[in-house]
Design a protein around this ligand. Structure first.
Ligand code: HPA
Length: 270
């Protein structure tokens, strides 16, 4: 795997003239951040050696290089989900490559279902911890010691300093933010009422289908992570209604401005 990562990074380096210090996974709710990036280079995933190949849609996304808030960034427009049929190594491969491009921090966004009864639809939640409910872990298999340790610490999965700074940015801009624990599971089904109850009972505040694998791999390599979620629906007894992908996208689009602002301002001050 190491050779594959190095080859992908070497190809990208031959195409770009900047050295990114921040990696961003533009999940649900951060699509608009692209407009804020002063773009220098764009590389479609298809062109990058060893990058996962899109199975369903015609194109799987691209890496965007540019300047945001005075920093050089690399942003993934389009991420790979476990439910699409990629294995955990494929889902997390781009994070490995971004490390070899030099990123020192990783920013991630997603949409999730809120199971904390204090949450409302449209809330933003700063993720301060996670519970891996995927049936696997991207680090299973032979450990590559050049990448990180066999048994990585996860006590600081979501960087506390970045959380403090993000909360300050939110407060300064009058944006309400929740903070809580994200449970990651496979999907693609949304949860049954019993599953939402289960997720809450094990200690989560929200549940979604991404982020956990990427953060595990980033922490394996020692990269500090910051992640935010848009609560697009509620898995709270008495408030459970049908969830559709369209509704998730609709709510996320409405919260997008707030999330974009926090990410951009946070990147500026770190
Ligand atoms: N469950 C899982 N993933 C999600 C949800 C949910 O309720 N909402 C948005 N992504």
């Amino acid at each position: 795997m190491l050779e594959k990562i190095k080859n992908a990074a070497a190809y990208i380096q031959s195409e770009i003239s900047i050295q990114p210090e921040i990696g961003i996974i533009l999940g649900t709710g951060l699509g608009g951040l692209v407009k804020e990036i002063n773009i220098k280079h764009t590389i479609p995933y298809e062109q990058i050696p060893n990058f996962p190949v899109s199975t369903v849609e015609g194109h799987s996304g691209k890496l965007i290089f540019g300047e945001l808030g005075g920093k050089n960034v690399v942003a993934m427009q389009g991420r790979f989900h476990f439910y699409e049929g990629y294995d955990m190594q494929q889902v997390t491969f781009p994070v490995r490559v971004m490390k070899f491009l030099g990123i020192q921090k990783l920013f991630v966004s997603n949409a999730s279902g809120g199971v904390n009864p204090d949450f409302e639809i449209g809330d933003l939640m700063i993720i301060n911890d996670h519970i891996n409910l995927f049936p696997s872990n991207p680090l299973i298999g032979k450990n590559i010691s050049e990448l990180g340790p066999r048994f990585p610490d996860m006590s600081d999965a979501y960087n506390k300093d970045l959380i403090v700074k993000a909360k300050a940015v939110a407060a300064a801009n009058n944006i309400k933010v929740q903070e809580g624990i994200y449970a990651g599971l496979t999907g693609p089904t949304f949860e049954t009422p019993a599953e939402y109850k289960y997720v809450f009972s094990v200690g989560a505040d929200a549940v979604g289908m991404s982020t956990v694998p990427e953060v595990i791999v980033a922490r394996h390599m020692g990269i500090p992570c910051f992640a935010m979620s848009i609560i697009t629906d509620l898995g709270v007894p008495g408030k459970i209604v049908q969830v559709t992908h369209e509704e998730v996208q609709h709510v996320a689009a409405q919260a997008e401005k707030k999330m974009t602002l926090i990410m951009k301002e946070l990147i500026k001050i770190i």
